[in-house]
Each structure stands twice: as C-alpha cells, then as structure tokens.
Design a protein around this ligand. Structure first.
Ligand code: AMP
Length: 398
C-alpha cells in the first residue's frame, strides 16, 4: 500500500508518500505560504534532488492539488496516477477526550474533531482544512486521523487533573492532555525492540527534545504522565516556549508592561524558552552551543536551565513509575546534541547508569549509550512520526 501522510498547518502542508511494504519514503515535500503571496511547493522524490516551484496556492485545496500533481508527474513523480495512492493519514493535534486511538475519518469523526477546535485553535482548524481538501480531491481514498494526544489518554486522573476548581474540568474539559503522543509511542516501542524486551515489561522515560519538547513516562506500555498539558506550552523549557511558570507571572508582567494576558501568552509561546533566556541569541541549540563556547553567559545559563528542567522531569517520572528501566532520547536535540545529552545524563548517574562518551558522540542513530549491566539503559532512538502515522493508517484501512 502507498500511504500519503499529511501534516497540515495554517499556511503550510508537509507530506510524505510511504510504501507500507518497504516502509520507504517514496517522495516528500512541503507547501509553504498557502493563502499568502509567494507560495511554493518543494518536492523531493526518493534519491532525487529537492525542487522548489513557485505556484499560486490560494488555499489548501490548491496545495493538495499540486501535491498530487508532483506525485504523479512524469519526471519527478513516483506513481503513475492517483489510483496508486491507497490511503491518506492525517496528523491531528488535538483529539480531546474523544479519541484515545486513531480512527478512519468519516463525517462523524470530522464533527468530533471540530468539537476539539476550542482546545487547539491554532492547529485543529488547519488539520481539518487538510482533511476537507483531500476529501474533495480524492473522494474515494480512505483517510485516517492520527492524534498527537491519543497515546496519553491512558493517563490516570491524578496525573491529568489540575489543582483548579473541578467545575472547569467538567464545564470546559480543562485538564492535561499531552502531545507528541505518536512519537512517544513509536520511540518507547522501538526502544523495547532494540533491547529485545517487551514494552509491557518496562518502565520507559522518553525525552522528545525538539523545537517543541516533552517527556513521557511510559509504564508497561501505557503513558501514565507527560510534561505538556492542556496546550503544548506546559512542561520543559523549549526553543521558544517557556514551559512551566508560576501562572501569576502572566498578570504581573502584563500589568508592568501594559499588555494583555493574550499578549503575554504569545510571549510565553514565541519569545521565551532558550530564545528568551539567551537574550534573543537563538532558539536553535547549535547557535547556543557556539555562543556558550565563546563564553556568552546568557547562552550558558539557557543551556544549563534547559538541562536541569529535563533532568527534574526524568526524576519525577522515575518516582511516578516507582522505578525506571530505560531513558530514551529523541527528536532534533535528543538525537543530535551530544553536549545536551551529557549535561542531562550527568544528573542521572545516581540511578546506577552512565553514558559512554564515545557512543554519545554518535548523532542521529539508534545507539545504547549506557553499559550492558547498568541498572538503567540510556539510549538514542530517532523518532519517525510520519512512519508511525503510515503504520496506523494501514492498520485501520486494512
Ligand atoms: P526538531 O524540532 O526535532 O527538528 O529539532 C530542532 C532542534 O534540534 C534545533 O534546536 C536544533 O538545534 C537541534 N538540532 C538539529 N540537528 C542538530 C545537530 N546536528 N546538532 C545539534 N543540534 C541539532
């Protein structure tokens, strides 16, 4: 089966066509500036060059039309016709409490996703636009929704409730949901596989450290706690997001700076994290590492604060699971940033484990960093959310 995986943002659309037999990416690409002047599609067939074409894309339907055009193009295409696209898998950010697993998309599902718009006003409406565009252009191709929140629906009440009046949970469903679920699921399953063990027998902490970042406690195969909350703003310090802060800071700064609470939330989402902490140097850890090497104190502090927060979450999840067998690092920073991994792992040696500096120098590959007889296995497991979405799509469509 060939599965088209779609990740739709408000003005962008990322796609991959994946063969389920070989699990290879046949082609991938990105439509940018949809609905804005200067829109373009960048397409790359397997083993071929990336080609960017400027094309007018007034809406997402136009973008999907160009994606199909590229995939079936006689030169850069990888299939002869639309008939060779057997299913579409959509990444959906918020499934609320309605979805604890992936589902085949029908009108009822679309309505239920719409009902979650309130919880992710920036993401879900864009995801729905992607679904509707595909429905229009490929009416006979089955589609599956894979939710970022679904894997975390196994969290117990004690982990997902906030210490707020209970009526807000009842009236507005204000609770912790967690995100990056597809990645935490994929990485924890793969970590167990690499170790030759069953995930159901292990206590695994997954650290998904990318531009957005979260830590999850996967206890015997089930997510029992995760660091993101109602929105992806809670938890770790991220590229541009603050993570956990005292909520009183919002009105305190808003009063001082004469800005609204919404403005302040925007600052917490877009201007905080290591970008804000470093005094605006960058949200990219490579830039921060170079600044830290030149003894920039704010960059050094940003990196120290980041590592400390990750370590604190690892510690609390070891307590939540009453133990830990595996700590797995993934995503851009988790897979590639050896200094950050070393800084975080420096806090966990008391658990009876440590990382081999030579193995830790490896980037972007599956590797076990700890020694075979260490009490806790520390490993790097590259994530692959698109492949996970394609697998879910095949599972449901078949
Ligand atoms: P992601 O959101 O998963 O793409 O991760 C983005 C983050 O990964 C950025 O902060 C990058 O600095 C970091 N990253 C990606 N590649 C590398 C690398 N080779 N070395 C260090 N950090 C990297």
């Amino acid at each position: 089966m060939n599965v088209l995986v779609i990740n739709c943002g408000s003005s962008s659309l990322k796609y991959q066509l994946i063969s389920s037999e070989t699990e290879k990416v046949l082609a991938k690409g990105l439509c940018e500036r949809i609905g804005i002047d200067g829109s373009a599609i960048t397409h790359q067939p397997e083993g071929g060059e990336k080609v960017t074409t400027q094309v007018p894309m007034p809406d997402h339907t136009a973008a999907v039309k160009y994606v199909i055009e590229k995939l079936t193009d006689p030169e850069v295409g990888v299939v002869k016709s639309l008939d060779e696209i057997d299913a579409v898998g959509h990444r959906i950010v918020h499934g609320g409490e309605k979805f604890n697993t992936s589902v085949v998309i029908n009108d009822e599902v679309i309505k239920a996703i719409e009902e979650c718009n309130d919880l992710a006003p920036l993401h879900n409406p864009a995801n729905l636009i992607g679904i509707n565009a595909c429905k229009k252009l490929m009416p006979n191709v089955p589609m599956v929704a894979v939710f970022d929140t679904a894997f975390h629906q196994t969290m117990p009440k004690k982990a997902f409730l906030y210490g707020l009046p209970y009526e807000y949970y009842e009236k507005y469903k204000v609770r912790r949901y967690g995100f990056h679920g597809t990645s935490h699921d994929f990485v924890s399953a793969r970590a167990a596989e690499i170790l030759g063990k069953k995930r159901e027998d292990l206590k695994i902490i997954v650290c998904h450290l990318g531009n957005g970042a979260s830590v999850t406690a996967v206890d015997h195969g089930r997510s029992i706690d995760t660091s993101m909350g109602l929105t992806p703003l809670e938890g770790l310090i991220m590229g541009t997001r603050s993570g956990d802060i005292d909520p009183a800071i919002i009105s305190f700064i808003a009063d001082k700076e004469n800005i609204s609470a919404d403005d302040m939330i925007n600052i917490c989402n877009k201007k905080s994290g290591v970008l804000g902490l470093s005094g605006g140097i960058s949200s990219d850890f490579r830039d921060l590492a170079s600044a830290a090497e030149s003894n920039d104190q704010k960059a050094i502090d940003a990196l120290d604060t980041y590592a400390y927060r990750v370590a604190k979450y690892i510690g609390s999840y070891a307590m939540a699971m009453k133990g830990v067998d595996v700590i797995a690092f993934t995503a851009g920073i988790g897979e590639n940033n050896c200094q950050m991994r070393a800084a975080i792992c420096d806090y966990v040696t008391w658990l009876g484990t440590s990382i081999d500096p030579e193995k830790n120098a490896i980037r972007g590959e599956e590797v076990i960093l700890s020694k075979p007889d260490d009490k806790v296995a520390i490993m790097v497991v590259p994530t692959n959310e698109e492949l996970a979405i394609a697998r879910e799509t095949v599972r449901l469509v078949k």
